[in-house]
Design a protein around this ligand. Structure first.
Ligand code: ADP
Length: 152
């Protein structure tokens, strides 16, 4: 079974993530969306909300699972018996950052990182821009799956 994890903060999931997940699932038998817990980070959405947004968005896709994890991504991948880490690339900044992480993960394990290039028209979308739009009362709905709802 070809199993991959797609790790990230997903604060919140965006149409950029959604696109990578939809395309990534065609490459694997199972894709585990792994929401990393970082005690030092401040999030806009709770872990439960972030999990719920993704679960709802993919409720009709049995190959997708949503979980949370703490610690090293490669340790988590080993724990769930995943041979691959899926990541998205938007721009040269992402590439440089992801390259260093992928090399490190490859030193630490046998796990391969698989990159998908962002779809044209999605490369500008990031969770931090979505959070900014939300904070300032803008129409965030065009940037996220419709399962992302801000309760005021
Ligand atoms: P992290 O906290 O690890 O950066 P994110 O939730 O921001 O987590 O992103 C998780 C993954 O999704 C990363 O590989 C990131 O490059 C990718 N990603 C985010 N937005 C997009 C987008 N618009 N197009 C393609 N990939 C994206």
């Amino acid at each position: 079974m070809r199993r991959a994890i797609f790790p990230g903060s997903f604060d919140p999931i965006t149409l950029g993530h959604y696109d990578i997940i939809e395309r990534g699932i065609t490459l694997f038998d199972e894709l585990i969306i792994a929401i990393g817990i970082n005690a030092d980070k401040k999030y806009m959405f709770s872990l439960e909300e972030r999990q719920q947004f993704i679960r709802e968005a993919f409720k009709d896709e049995p190959k997708i699972k949503v979980v949370t994890y703490e610690g090293l991504t490669v340790d988590f991948a080993k724990k769930v018996d995943a041979g691959f880490i899926l990541r998205g690339l938007r721009n040269p900044g992402d590439f440089e950052f992801e390259k260093a992480i992928a090399h490190t993960n490859r030193k630490l394990s046998e796990i391969e990182t698989v990159f998908l290039l962002t779809s044209s028209g999605k490369s500008y979308i990031s969770s931090s821009i979505v959070r900014d739009v939300i904070r300032n009362g803008g129409d965030y709905s065009i940037l996220v799956p419709d399962t992302v709802v801000v309760s005021s």
